[in-house]
Design a protein around this ligand. Structure first.
Ligand code: ZN
Length: 559
């Protein structure tokens, strides 16, 4: 049976099964949703506002306020009686699609918090212990403590292989400090997952985020096949430069010869300064003009935002949609660099994909991005333009040495994406295997994957908990793969736009400038459906195909 569902001007054809829930059940489900929103919405807004205040000022009281609101939220979501009612509503197969989608999402939200409180307390304590050790850890070299920035600087600039090795090893030392706590934490997380009926914590987290392990590995296998060769080629070119800089043979390059301790970023080995065009350009104005040109104006976002460095403020960047009533804003610390141009394009990409461009008629529970991977994807789709000479020139920014800028920026972008994709392979596969069997030799497992996917050499005889020195393994578990899927999403959507709006032009030649149809496409195909569609259904709705690595891979073959 087909039913037409009207959301803010777009019409979705939805297939529904035969009606199974009686009107009374549907009414009960609606009441359940209403009660949830009534209780949760004010807390979410308080937490959002406090989080914003805390980060823009560094005010301790604001951090406390955010934590208090978060605790009250968690307590509400832990309510077992509400969870039971949600489960019953979910099993009743309600045929009003909007109601059933909300029930499904609420069920997942509450599911995560249904862990036995005593166990949850233990998990939180362990996680805090690990995080505290990360916060105080400093790499020690020759009896001297090094700040993280100093470690990065030495790995970037030192030509002394022995010093590099010492610094790299010291940077990994935190792994040893947290290893025992982390191993316990992994087991506690698995225990919680088993209590809730899952095989392990990894499987549970994927389920809560509407993902699935076998499907994910299949996607990452495809990505592996398509990136293996271009990655090896790009790495060979980088290796040659790194070897020359350190005065060693390529065959003797070790993990400490790269510019960050995990080789997750592209080493800065190419000559042209990508910052040059941004020394005189007004980055904010550039973004304002660009987004207005594609019919996604952001003047109101800018007015609410906090964009330049100041005392006490968070040094990072993020975008937050505080009330799902178009209160979206960005925190940033803009300086005249390519990094901040790209970061601003990224954060404003999140900003346009928010309640700002989602009709208020979409219910509160569904009024947000379809998935973390889809909003990261949109942000990444726009972020890339700061490295495009053609985009910069068309936007009126002067590029002094166009040919050299072109050659370097193309290479840097390609290298960044390839290096990141191979690093994500390690993260996904390691985490999955770790939660499946935490008692195996994790030190060995980590390096097996690093060798296989990143093509780095394992230091002879090394058996250290190097995996534990990556903070995300501890603090942001089962999350990293979404960044990679965001990149795949970005490429696939961009290719669809090139095909549908630009007559199949080469995607690398399409830069959206001044084209209002781009905003129209993004709104109709991606923003407005919001969370009424799962990320899988959104992908098919927007691009006509399932999420795959094909478009992403094509971006490297063109060059
Ligand atoms: Zn982002």
């Amino acid at each position: 049976m087909y039913r037409m569902l009207l959301i803010g001007g777009i019409t979705l054809a939805i297939t529904t099964g035969s009606a199974t829930a009686d009107p009374e059940t549907t009414a009960k489900a609606r009441a359940l949703i209403d009660a949830h929103v009534k209780a949760i919405r004010p807390l979410e807004i308080i937490a959002g506002k406090a989080w914003w205040d805390a980060n823009t000022t560094g005010d301790k009281a604001a951090f406390q306020k955010k934590e208090d609101a978060q605790n009250r939220l968690d307590a509400a979501l832990a309510n077992a009686a509400t969870f039971a009612e949600l489960k019953a509503a979910k099993d009743a197969k309600i045929d009003d699609k909007l109601v059933s989608r909300q029930i499904d999402l609420l069920y997942l939200m509450y599911l995560e918090k249904q862990v036995d409180p005593a166990l949850l307390k233990k998990m939180t304590a362990k996680a805090n212990a690990v995080e505290a050790k990360f916060n105080v850890y400093r790499a020690k070299v020759n009896g001297q403590e090094l700040a993280d920035s100093k470690v990065r600087e030495l790995l970037k600039s030192s030509t002394d292989s022995n010093l590099r090795k010492t610094v790299w090893e010291a940077s990994k030392g935190v792994g040893k400090d947290v290893e025992a706590d982390l191993k316990e934490l992994v087991k506690l997380r698995n225990q919680a997952a088993t209590q809730l009926g899952f095989k392990n914590f990894h499987a549970m987290m994927l389920f809560i985020n509407e993902q699935e392990g076998v499907e994910l590995v299949k996607l990452f296998d495809e990505l592996d096949d398509l990136t293996r060769e271009p990655y090896a080629k790009a790495k060979a070119e980088i290796d040659e430069k790194l070897a020359a800089n350190a005065g060693v043979k390529v065959a003797d390059l070790m993990p400490w010869h790269y510019h960050d301790s995990f080789f997750q970023e592209s080493p800065a080995v190419f000559d042209v300064d990508l910052d040059q065009p941004f020394k005189t350009a007004d980055i904010l104005e550039l973004c304002r003009k660009f987004y207005a040109g594609i019919d996604l104006p952001i003047d109101d976002v800018i007015a609410r935002s906090d964009l330049y460095e100041k005392k006490g403020k968070s040094p990072h960047a993020f975008c937050t949609d505080i009330d799902r009533e178009a209160g979206v804003r960005v925190l940033a610390n803009i300086t005249a660099t390519e990094y901040w141009a790209s970061t601003m394009l990224h954060e404003l990409g999140h900003a346009v994909y928010s309640s700002k461009n989602i009709p208020q008629s979409v219910p509160y529970v569904l009024r947000g991005e379809a998935h973390i991977l889809t909003t990261e994807g949109v942000a990444m789709q726009f972020q890339k333009f700061s490295k495009s000479r053609a985009w910069l020139e068309k936007m009126g920014v002067k590029v002094e040495n166009p040919a050299a800028f072109d050659a370097t920026s193309t290479k840097v972008l390609r290298n960044e994406l390839l290096i990141f994709s191979r690093w994500c392979q390690v993260m996904l596969r390691f985490e999955k295997a770790m939660y499946e069997n935490p008692d195996q030799d994790l030190n060995k497992l980590w390096w097996d994957y690093v060798e296989k996917y990143q093509l780095l050499k394992r230091p002879v005889g090394r058996s250290e908990p190097d995996y534990a020195s990556k903070i995300h393994i501890c603090s942001a578990p089962v999350y990293y793969h979404n960044y990679m899927m965001g990149q795949l999403f970005a490429s696939q959507v961009h290719h669809t736009i090139a095909k549908e709006l630009y007559d199949g032009a080469a995607p690398s030649s399409v830069n959206y400038i001044g084209d209002k149809r781009v905003g129209g496409f993004m709104k109709a195909k991606i923003f407005e459906p919001a969370r009424t569609l799962s990320w899988r259904d959104l992908m098919k709705f927007a691009t006509g195909a399932e999420l795959s690595a094909k478009a992403f891979a094509l971006d490297f073959q063109a060059k």
